[in-house]
Ligand binder design. Sequence first.
Ligand SMILES: [Fe+2]
Ligand SMILES: [Fe+2]
Length: 207
Amino acid sequence: MNPLPLPDDGRGAVGARLEQICADQDLHIRFLNTLSLMEHIGSRKIMLAQPRVPDGAMLKHLAEETRHAWFFKRAAEKLAGRTLDYGDDALLAGAAARFYMDRLDAGISSAMTPGEGPLPYLYMSLIIERRAIWAYRIYQSVLAARNCGISLTGVLAEEDLHHDKMLAGIGARDPLSDERMPAFCAMEQDNFRRFWGAVEQSACARC
Ligand SMILES: [Fe+2]
Ligand SMILES: [Fe+2]
């Protein structure tokens, strides 16, 4: 099965906004904490999708997404010099971040037929991994240029592996994947635009 192409629009605008966010310590702390929240929501969704007897691959995926949540939380708290919760004041567009994850999950779940086993989990994960790889590559290039001591290299390597594993799992199970994948990517694109619009609004309040 061929890899999904990464999103190809908005790269420049997202990169420019990330540069502004990284240059403002308070915004950057809240952005890092928001990424932690999104990774945490993703790991909870994997937990909820587990069958009674999960296999090792699913447990590994769960552990790695939980570690990503902790990675971003630790980076945010180190920059802030204090502990942070997931309250609105400690997040950047926190409500939109939650909405993005939940709406995507609901949209994919409602398009599936009951009894399709792990396919909802595989599709949700694949679509999120695809966006995470796209966004983290842009963010990593901004972080590297600023030489600020945060590197996403390890996280990105794991997201790449997750993406490939989800893609292989879908390819082995779903004869409808050629129709479903573009539809889910379009759904995600729409949801991401809304989420990023909320990030833009929150960040622009400080422009
Ligand atoms: Fe992750
Ligand atoms: Fe991942």
